[in-house]
Design a protein around this ligand. Structure first.
Ligand code: CP3
Length: 345
């Protein structure tokens, strides 16, 4: 694994399974969403995509939570949907609605129009530039997390065309056209692996894979269509940096994820860390305070955070059980972070 020297390397030491004096802490979706500084910047722009594709601004937003909250890691401001875009399927971010794809993959003919997987990084230079700019701003204070969507979650958007409660169109393709589904999944996985290798080259110290829609797949489909392609990506990366996997709402998947060559497993807030420890021995666990807990009175946020730290014990990276919600009170977020930072094993 790559050697690093940071003023604060707690996050990387914990991710590699080393014993630390306290757990490191960061929040999924900490870049953007919660900070007033982010909202002010965002309001001055045409939209989310302008921010994602402007490296200096993306770097600024990435570093804001490090300055403002004192978290132990930064996560690059970007989105999982840059991969479909790089493959030739652009998205819009519709205010108060979320991502929408004007065109989707319905057939083999649609699939054939996509760019080759190896070409994806050529269309993602703006992300690499954002990483370079972020490394300058961070100036070795804390490590930088790079990320991507898991192939199933990206497939779900490319076939469905946007968010959905059921993802029934995307799931129907798995049943009706398994061969086409595998072709698309493999293309996404290969593009993602190539993209992530570039992110690592541009300074990402750990990679987190987000399988946000893992929870809608039955276990057999999870194994066949998701786990298999997570494995492809992780094996392709070859252990040069630690990897974290998050399969939201898919507790049944933890034993399978435990068999992957990853270092860290993120748990959602329903998952029981004691069960996960048994099912995935040797992995570091990340999570898993209920994001809505941060709306409670501050004394309760502190008590709940401490109880969570006790439940996990060592080999833990403190985080929420999903991304921090946009209207979370900033005081709740700060209490969460500060409670972890004053804790000692
Ligand atoms: O963690 C971070 O702070 C880094 C940045 C990051 C964003 N998206 C920025 C963003 C990360 C890691 C993501 C991942 C992402 N994007 C996921 C997986 C994680 C999860 O939450 O389950 C998913 C499913 C997406 C797709 C996506 N992007 C949706 C559904 C939306 C709209 C709703 C929302 O706010 O999440 C986005 C837009 C988006 N991505 C915003 C941000 C800060 C909101 C942009 C804005 O309007 O300012």
């Amino acid at each position: 694994m790559k050697k690093s020297s940071y003023d604060n390397d707690l996050f990387l030491r914990a991710a590699r399974g080393e014993k630390t004096e306290r757990p490191p802490v960061w929040l999924m979706r900490q870049a953007g969403r919660i900070l007033p500084q982010y909202r002010a910047l965002r309001a001055s722009l045409s939209g989310f995509i302008e921010l994602v594709t402007s490296p200096d601004l993306a770097a600024e937003v990435t570093v804001q939570p490090v300055d403002e909250l004192g978290v132990d890691a930064a996560i690059i401001f970007s989105d999982i949907l840059v991969i479909p875009e790089a493959l030739g399927l652009p998205y819009n971010m519709v205010e108060k609605v979320g991502p929408r794809f004007p065109e989707v993959i319905k057939s083999k003919a649609d699939f054939a129009k996509l760019r080759p997987a190896e070409a994806a990084p050529d269309h993602l230079g703006y992300v690499y530039d954002a990483l370079d700019a972020t490394k300058m701003l961070l100036n070795n204070r804390v490590p930088l997390i790079g990320f991507a969507g898991a192939p199933w979650t990206i497939f779900a958007y490319m076939v469905e065309g946007g968010g959905s409660k059921t993802f029934s169109k995307a799931r129907a393709m798995l049943y009706r056209e398994p061969e086409l589904s595998h072709l698309l999944m493999e293309k996404i996985a290969r593009a993602t692996a190539a993209y992530l290798k570039g992110k690592i080259k541009h300074g990402a110290d750990l990679i987190q894979l987000f399988d946000s829609w893992a929870g809608v797949l039955p276990p057999a489909h999870y194994e066949e269509f998701s786990l298999r392609y997570l494995r492809l990506i992780i094996d392709e990366l070859g252990g040069v940096v630690p990897v974290t996997v998050f399969a939201k709402d898919a507790r049944h998947a933890i034993p399978g994820i435990g068999q992957l060559n990853c270092d860290v497993i993120q748990l959602d807030w329903i998952a029981d860390p004691a069960v996960a420890r048994q099912q995935a021995p040797g992995k570091v666990l990340q999570g898993n305070l209920d994001p809505v807990q941060l709306y409670a009175p501050l004394a309760e946020v502190e008590t709940a955070t401490l109880a969570m730290l006790e439940r996990f014990g060592p080999h833990h990276i403190a985080n929420l059980g999903h991304g921090v919600y946009p209207d979370t009170p900033l005081d709740g977020v700060k209490t969460f972070v500060n409670t972890v930072k004053s804790f000692r094993y």
